[in-house]
Design a protein around this ligand. Structure first.
Ligand SMILES: Cc1ncc(C[n+]2csc(CCOP(=O)(O)OP(=O)(O)O)c2C)c(N)n1
Ligand SMILES: [Mg+2]
Length: 359
C-alpha cells in the first residue's frame, strides 16, 4: 500500500474572540477607517434584523429568517465583492444585498410577501433570493460558465447554508466548477443548524470545507465571526477566480443566534446554554473591542451610532409600510418571460378588481 494523496484544510482567523490579532494579519486589520465602516454596517444590520422580527411578531411582516450572529459573514462578503461580480444569494443574505444596492426597505418588502422586494434593479445581473435549499450553487456555476465563455474578468459568488451542502445539487455544482475550471466562489454560512438538524447530525464530515477536495478544488475554513478573516479570504478567493478561473469553497464557521425563522422555536431542540456559549464569539462586540483598543471607537461614538441606527430603522420601516400594494394581477408577472394565453385571460379578469376584492 502507498498513500497517493494527502489533503489539508486550513483554518483562518485573524481577530480572535478576545479581540486579539494573530501573528500574521492582512492589511485590512490595520485599516481602521475601513473597519469602523464595517462595524457600523454590522450594527445597522443587527438593528434592522431585530426590528424585522418585531414586525413579524406584530403581524406586519411574513416569515423572516434572522441574520443575528451571522452579520460578519454577510457584511464581509458583500464588502469583498466588486460591483461587476455576480451575486447568487440565499434567503439570509441581507447584509450582502444592501451592499449590492438593494434598499433595506426592499428587503422588508420581500419578506412582507411583495415580489418587488426580489427585483434588484441596482445590480440587475445578481440573482433573486433562492429559497429552495441548495439549488443556487448550480445557478452560480451556470453564470460562471457564461463569464468564462465570454472571457470576462469577473467572478460569481454564491452563498448557501451548512444544511444545503447535504443536497446533491451542491456536489454537482462543485464538481462542474472543478471540472470546467469556473470562476465561482462557493461560500457556506455554517451556522451549525439546518432548522432543527445540527451540523453533527447532518454530516459525518469533520469540516464542510473538505467537501471541495473531492471536486478537485480548494476548500478552507474561515472564522465567520471574524469579519477581517471573512473579507480578506473572500477577496483573495474572488481575485483568484477572476484572474485564473479557479473555483474555491469557503466555509464560514459561525452560529445562528436566533430561531431558524420566525416560524421556528429553537428552544424545542437547541441544547440549553449552547447559544450563550457561542455568543461569546459573536462578531460585533469582537470588532468593537478591537476598535476601542485601537482608540478609534468609544462610548460616545457608540451612543451616536445607536441613535443613528434607530432613526434609520424607523425610516426604513415607514418606507416599507407606506409602499402602495402591488396590483392583484401582478401575481402573473414574475414567472414567465412570455405569459401563456390561458394566464393572459386570468390576468385581464383580475385587472382593476382591487376595489371589489379588497372591499
Ligand atoms: C429543497 C428544499 N428542501 C427543504 C426546504 C425547507 N428548508 C428551508 S431552510 C432549511 C434548512 C436549511 O439549512 P441551512 O442550509 O443550514 O441554511 P440556514 O437556514 O441554516 O442558513 C430547510 C430544510 C427548502 N426550502 N428547500
Ligand atoms: Mg445552517
Amino acid at each position: 500500500m502507498k498513500i497517493i494523496e494527502r489533503f489539508e484544510v486550513p483554518y483562518y482567523q485573524y481577530l480572535n474572540e478576545n479581540s486579539e490579532l494573530a501573528d500574521e494579519i492582512p492589511p485590512l486589520a490595520e485599516d481602521l477607517p475601513a473597519l469602523v465602516k464595517l462595524y457600523e454596517l454590522m450594527v445597522l444590520v443587527r438593528a434592522l434584523d431585530t426590528k424585522a422580527i418585531a414586525l413579524q411578531r406584530t403581524g406586519k411582516l411574513g416569515t423572516y429568517p434572522s441574520t443575528r450572529g451571522q452579520e460578519a459573514v454577510f457584511v464581509g462578503i458583500g464588502n469583498a465583492m466588486d460591483k461587476k461580480d455576480i451575486f447568487v444569494p440565499y434567503y439570509r443574505d441581507m447584509g450582502t444585498l444592501v451592499q449590492r444596492g438593494v434598499k433595506f426597505s426592499q428587503v422588508l418588502l420581500y419578506w412582507g410577501g411583495d415580489e418587488r422586494g426580489n427585483c434588484f434593479t441596482t445590480n440587475s445581473e445578481d440573482f433573486p433570493y433562492s429559497v429552495p435549499v441548495g439549488s443556487q450553487p448550480l445557478h452560480a456555476t451556470g453564470a460562471a460558465y457564461a463569464i468564462k465563455y465570454r472571457k470576462e474578468p469577473r467572478a460569481v459568488l454564491t452563498v448557501c447554508g451548512d444544511g444545503a451542502t447535504s443536497q446533491g445539487d451542491f456536489y454537482e455544482a462543485l464538481n462542474v466548477a472543478g471540472a470546467w475550471k469556473l470562476p465561482v466562489v462557493f461560500v457556506v454560512c455554517n451556522n451549525q443548524w439546518a432548522i432543527s438538524v445540527s451540523r453533527e447530525v447532518q454530516t459525518a464530515a469533520h469540516t464542510i470545507a473538505q467537501k471541495a477536495i473531492a471536486a478537485g478544488i480548494p476548500g478552507e475554513q474561515v472564522d465567520g465571526n471574524d469579519i477581517i478573516a471573512v473579507q480578506h479570504r473572500t477577496e483573495l478567493a474572488l481575485e483568484k477566480a477572476r484572474a485564473t478561473q479557479q473555483p474555491c469553497l469557503l466555509e464560514m464557521v459561525c452560529y445562528r443566534q436566533h430561531d431558524h425563522t420566525t416560524a421556528d422555536d429553537a428552544s424545542r431542540y437547541e441544547p440549553k446554554n449552547l447559544r450563550e456559549a457561542e455568543w461569546k464569539k459573536e462578531p460585533i462586540t469582537r470588532l468593537q473591542q478591537y476598535l476601542i483598543k485601537k482608540g478609534v471607537w468609544n462610548e460616545q461614538a457608540e451612543v451616536a451610532l445607536q441613535a443613528e441606527c434607530a432613526k434609520e430603522v424607523e425610516a426604513v420601516v415607514q418606507e416599507y409600510l407606506s409602499a402602495p400594494p402591488q396590483p392583484l394581477e401582478s401575481m402573473f408577472d414574475y414567472l414567465y418571460a412570455e405569459l401563456p394565453d390561458a394566464y393572459k385571460d386570468q390576468r385581464n379578469m383580475l385587472k382593476g378588481t382591487e376595489k371589489i376584492v379588497h372591499g
